[in-house]
Design a binder for this molecule. Structure first.
Ligand code: UDP
Length: 486
């Protein structure tokens, strides 16, 4: 078990200095006063399985920083595990909650699950005092609750960041495996009502994920800064960056023959001059990359076959480019599934006409430096006219939240978390079925050719995020839940 230090970062006043956040922050300070007072004297412990990578690790530092500035005592600990079998098991648990796999978990699985947690329990207990509040995130550290409860008189909360709306044999299997740990918890937190297992409904609060508007992934970037980041990362080329040097590791692009090379090696991506449609996600089949590439190709082909060549709509579609961005496998130690999905996409890409290959960029983003990765994602999102999240299934879909915050119109599937965030024809469009290629192609075409609508949707998207999905909305929900169960 390792305690994580929180670095300095933006303060309440920094958020308040933004006109669009001013009222939100003031209201937040007002409404959280009572809960903060109710939590005096106890420490909140956040426990998860990683300090880097993934939504939980991304959100915790800024949440903790803000809570501390309100006077709340809060700490973060991460479980340590060296047993490969543990991670294989917890990945299977994760997938099963999403409905995939066989949902069969054995006594040996349980032994590994509990053994790794038992190795972490002693240090957790040593740090925690009677009267504290412990929040355990996701399945990996779930068995810790009972081990802590044996030695300390504390309230325990399980925060589950994943879920599936429908139940099937697999989800039933995994929930039945995990249910033996439910009794150790006083309360539960899920992201959406529809993810909550029936037996937990009475004891569950809903807190949606959220973005930090001033993090490197979301902070405002002026055009020169944005272009500089793209230059530093090798996505734009042709000159030296003025203020800072090139990043140690550059973005790479899949070449027509399936190899990887610098982004503009074979043909210019031309990102900053063209209408650009972008999806950035992990290489996961459920993110719907393949379907999006097919829809983009269909749109292009139909345009060539039937478009009026002298018209602006024809020219817009002709000029449009698709960016599919995700982690460079060189920096992801343990994701064989991700590499498999990337390879499938590469195979698909190799089979298309050379002219279309120029219009589609599969970008591999370096992950060695989290700040640089965040800035690259930020700059790519800001240079996109449309951000797509074509997920077949989606826990929540922070990429849509990030895009809306940046006033970028979104095109999302009807997957639960996305449907919950995006309002059709208000902040973008929902294409209910991500596998319906012709409907997706049509919506893409309409969006590319509706510049004024896009501006309006983008603008509305930011308002939607400010009202519902920022750090402040999230912290105030947490404080309210925790102060009630104390
Ligand atoms: N992301 C990133 N670099 C990448 C791909 C994804 O930083 O190469 C980020 C993305 O910006 C978002 C997060 O990973 O913040 C993905 O969160 P989301 O909720 O969309 O999906 P999840 O990966 O949790 O299923």
């Amino acid at each position: 078990m390792q305690k994580i230090n929180i670095k300095d970062g933006p303060k309440i006043e920094d958020y308040k200095a933004y006109g669009s956040l001013f009222n939100l922050v003031n209201e937040f300070l007002e409404t959280t006063k009572q809960s903060v007072a109710d939590l005096k004297g106890c420490t909140i412990w956040m426990i998860n399985s990683t300090a880097t990578g993934g939504g939980v690790a991304e959100m915790l530092p800024s949440q903790i920083r803000i809570m501390r500035s309100l006077g709340v005592k809060i700490e973060w600990m991460v479980i340590e595990a060296s047993d490969e079998l543990f991670f294989t098991l917890t990945k299977r648990i994760h997938n099963a909650i999403h409905g995939s796999g066989d949902g069969i978990f054995t006594d040996e699985d349980r032994a590994i699950f509990e053994q790794v947690n038992a190795q972490n329990a002693e240090r957790a207990v040593a740090a925690i005092s009677d009267g504290d509040l412990v929040v355990i995130h996701d399945p990996q550290p779930m068995p810790l609750a009972a081990m802590i409860a044996k030695k300390r008189n504390v309230k325990l909360v399980w925060r589950c960041h994943i879920g599936l709306e429908e139940q099937n044999e697999t989800t039933q299997g995994v929930w039945s495996f995990l249910s033996s740990y439910f009794d150790s918890y006083d309360h539960f937190v899920f992201s959406l009502t529809t993810y909550v297992p029936e037996e937990l409904k009475e004891k569950t609060a809903i807190i949606t994920p959220a973005i930090d508007p001033l993090s490197h992934k979301n902070r405002t970037l002026h055009t020169d800064k944005c272009i500089s980041i793209l230059l530093q990362a090798g996505i734009v080329n042709g000159r030296e960056p003025l203020l800072f040097g090139f990043y140690d590791h550059q973005a790479r692009r899949v070449m027509p023959d399936g190899t990887f090379n610098t982004v503009n090696h074979n043909s210019k991506l031309d990102l900053i001059y063209r209408p650009t449609v972008t999806e950035i996600s992990r290489w996961d089949r459920l993110k719907g990359f393949k379907e999006l590439m097919n829809a983009f190709i269909m749109m292009k082909r139909e345009n060539e076959a039937a478009g009026d060549r002298s018209s602006i709509p024809y020219k817009r579609i002709k000029a449009a480019r698709l960016v599919l961005g995700g982690p460079d496998p060189a920096y992801v130690a343990d994701d064989p599934e991700g590499e498999e999905v990337l390879n499938e996409l590469i195979e698909q890409y190799r089979s298309i006409d050379p002219e279309l290959q120029e219009d589609i960029a599969i970008l591999l983003l370096p992950l060695d430096n989290p700040k640089e990765n965040a800035l690259i994602v930020n700059a790519l999102q800001r240079f996109s006219n449309i951000i797509v999240q074509n997920s077949i299934q989606e826990g929540f879909g922070l990429t849509a939240t990030e895009a809306m915050w940046k006033q970028r119109p979104v095109l999302v599937s009807g997957a639960a978390g996305l449907r919950f965030q995006v309002q059709h024809n208000i902040n973008g469009k929902i294409n209910e079925d991500p596998t319906d290629i012709s409907s997706l192609a049509n919506i893409l075409k309409t969006m590319i050719n509706s510049p004024k609508e896009r501006d309006k949707w983008g603008f509305n998207g930011q308002i939607r995020v400010i009202g519902n999905f920022t750090l402040f909305n999230q912290i105030s929900s947490w404080l309210s839940v925790l102060s009630k169960i104390r």
